[in-house]
Design a protein around this ligand. Structure first.
Ligand code: SF4
Ligand code: SF4
Length: 433
């Protein structure tokens, strides 16, 4: 999606209720900055008590520059300059995945990074268990990734996108055991997982194995709304460093709405909206690195500015962000705060999960991601199962007409899933994410 189209979509969303101040929520541990290591280039954090240091800004490779935004092919001329600039600025953490750019992102990492000494950058990829039909396929996928990336090891490697369905699949194919063996063989240095679900499942996954890190969706909007705070606390308590994805909520927090933008601009003239979101995530001391999917050189330059002279949020900054967030939340599609008071639904509908995915979709406009995550819901939990009994709506503190919203969402799902497109990778555009 074009950046201006995204801006338009982000500005046309409807109203939401006030929320708990970020100052009160994140402030307890959010002001510790002494653990940030500064020097030449972007600031870094130490991995636990080791000598390994990681840049606080990580280069997300899901939305690399393209010549044709509807095609997965990468514009190497631009990408090469951006990689070189990132390396020169100390941003040497590169996060790719098997299916990004239909497989071309991993290949790009191999092409553009192999001129650098292998120990001068961190290469990161992920095991998509849903691509496997049987356990033996894991080896094929992993070998393909190493070959694409022109390497014989990954610095960080994770089980990709754990939610209920993928966690079950990962257990069935013994993905952790496979990757632990790769780690023992020296093919993986740090083993973790990326996660897209509720804190309840996160607790189970954390307890199931020994993990070196976890990657979660975390930003100042999701801190309360999608329970990122709980997820961050579970991982921190377990001693598991956090890697942040979606720090800008699919680009939404880089654009915001005029009212919220004005609040931030008045408080810090000349600072981008994106910089506030990065500062929120980076002020959390257990955050090891923050991934930003950078499509344009100007995204990279803005990020380097933010992370080179990194300023953790002060209490006054948090109050400003609270005000901007209240202004911005007025513009969300369904004002669900994920409080779960509407549950259990007698028909089994996963109401807050559906509203959460729908809000995300309305912000990102990425129907492929939306349909993908929606289909991980068991059929009996989907919006189509609502029998309109009205029980849930009586308990909703946001006064949402839940059955009506579910019906609208179902209609929209029917509409967008009816379009037959053969794209392998989502056309996820040029957002500053
Ligand atoms: S109205 Fe629909 S979603 Fe709400 S409780 Fe009844 S069946 Fe469940
Ligand atoms: S009660 Fe309302 S706000 Fe709370 S989770 Fe259900 S729909 Fe969302």
């Amino acid at each position: 999606m074009k950046r201006r189209d995204f801006l338009k979509s982000a500005l046309t969303l409807a109203a939401l209720a006030p929320l708990t101040p970020l100052a009160a929520k994140a402030g307890a541990d959010g002001d510790k900055s002494s653990d940030l290591l500064s020097g030449k280039g972007v600031v870094r954090r130490r991995y636990k008590e080791t000598a390994m240091t990681v840049p606080l800004l990580g280069f997300g490779m899901m939305r690399l520059p393209r010549k044709d935004p509807d095609r997965p092919e990468i514009d190497y001329a631009v990408a090469r300059k951006m990689f070189d600039r990132a390396m020169a600025a100390g941003c040497n953490y590169f996060d790719t995945a098997y299916m990004y750019h239909a497989g071309l992102s991993e290949k790009c990492a191999g092409e553009l990074l192999s001129k650098y000494p292998r120990d001068s950058y961190y290469l990161v990829s992920k095991m998509p268990a849903w691509f496997a039909r049987k356990e033996a396929d894991l080896e094929k996928i992993f070998s393909t990734q190493l070959a694409r990336c022109k390497t014989d090891y990954f610095d960080f490697y994770m089980i990709h996108s754990l939610g209920e369905a993928n966690w079950k699949l990962s257990q069935k194919f013994r993905v952790y055991e496979f990757l632990a063996k790769k780690k023992a063989e020296g093919r993986i240095r740090k083993l973790g997982f990326s996660f897209h679900d509720a804190p309840e499942l996160l607790r189970k996954i954390v307890a199931a194995h020994t993990w070196d890190f976890a990657q979660i969706q975390l930003n100042y909007l999701d801190w309360e709304l999608y329970r990122s705070k709980e997820q961050y606390e579970i991982l921190t308590k377990a001693g598991i460093p956090v890697i942040v994805m979606e720090p800008l909520r699919g680009g939404a927090l880089a654009s915001l709405n005029p009212e919220a933008t004005k609040i931030l601009e008045q408080a810090a003239p000349g600072q981008s909206n994106a910089s506030w979101a990065f500062r929120f995530a980076g002020s959390l001391p257990n955050v090891l690195t923050i991934l930003s999917g950078m499509t344009f050189p100007q995204h990279l330059e803005d990020n380097i500015r933010t992370f080179t002279d990194f300023k953790p949020l002060t209490d006054a900054d948090r109050k400003v962000l609270d005000r901007a967030l209240i202004a911005y939340r007025k513009s969300l599609a369904v004002p669900c705060t994920a409080c779960r008071y509407c549950l259990p639904c007698p028909a089994g509908v996963a109401i807050p999960t559906i509203f959460g995915a729908y809000n995300q979709y309305k912000i990102s406009k990425n129907k492929f991601l939306f349909l993908g995550s929606y289909r991980t819901l068991p059929e009996e939990s989907r919006a189509s199962e609502c029998v309109e009994c009205g029980k849930c709506a009586k308990h909703c503190p946001q006064h949402i007409d839940i059955p009506k919203e579910l019906s609208k969402i179902q209609e929209e799902i029917d509409l967008i899933s009816g379009k037959k497109k053969a794209l392998v990778t989502p056309p996820d555009g040029d957002l500053h994410v």
